[in-house]
Design a protein around this ligand. Structure first.
Ligand SMILES: [Zn+2]
Length: 210
């Protein structure tokens, strides 16, 4: 967890306006400010996505400018624990470096909070279950393979956040836009601001460069 905006969280989630007392209005007299702010700002987000012939459910947790996706990996028989371990490192690095610290949000006079993205590998309470099969194969949001790079994982993570594909697909001749050169097109580490707009909109703030 990096930055939390005290004023931003208090305004949005505690209904505070104007000047307020951290001790009386936010902490209620006791506890850690960060713990209290995180609890106020924590939102479990889930919504249906439909594009062309494809449909799925986006799901993640947003705590102010920090987004976490909990993934339960389900490897096929014969894929060893050490292989899974090494894939987790590759995928986590690819996902977090692609999505994090590209954009930030703030209002006038407040410190900008960079948006950061995390993947957490879990055995229960997951947002998404992902099968791992032997590669090379054709991956999608819920089926990855042992040869998938961090860049592929970053693309599939984008679907979990609710983003659609931007590459040409003969099954979807009307898809628009395509060939955009971003993570949802060709897996490049390019995240334009429009992909972060929904996260800033949820906070009621605008985007700026991180
Ligand atoms: Zn895709």
């Amino acid at each position: 967890m990096n930055d939390l905006s005290l004023k931003g969280v208090a305004r949005k989630y505690a209904g505070e306006t104007g000047s307020f007392s951290v001790k009386d209005d936010i902490l209620n007299g006791t506890g850690s400010l960060r713990t209290r702010l995180e609890a106020l700002a924590e939102e479990e987000i889930s919504f249906g996505v439909s594009e062309c012939i494809y449909g799925w459910t986006a799901a993640f947790e947003q705590v102010w400018t920090h987004v976490t996706v909990r993934i339960d990996l389900d490897p096929d028989a014969g894929i060893t624990a050490s292989t899974v371990n090494s894939l987790q490192t590759t995928w986590e690095n690819g996902i977090e470096s692609t999505w994090s610290d590209q954009w930030a949000t703030s209002r006038g006079g407040e410190l900008p909070c960079p948006f950061t993205f995390e993947v957490r590998w879990v055995g229960s309470n997951e947002h998404h279950e992902v099968r791992i099969r032997p590669g090379a194969a054709r991956s999608n949001m819920t089926t990855w393979d042992t040869l998938d790079s961090g860049a592929v994982a970053a693309h599939e993570y984008g679907h979990m956040l609710g983003h659609v594909d931007e590459y040409p697909d003969s099954n979807c001749p009307d898809r628009d836009p395509v060939n955009t050169g971003i993570v949802m097109d060709d897996n490049s580490a390019n995240v334009p601001s429009r992909l972060l707009d929904p996260f800033a909109d949820r906070l009621g703030t605008g985007l700026r460069s991180a």
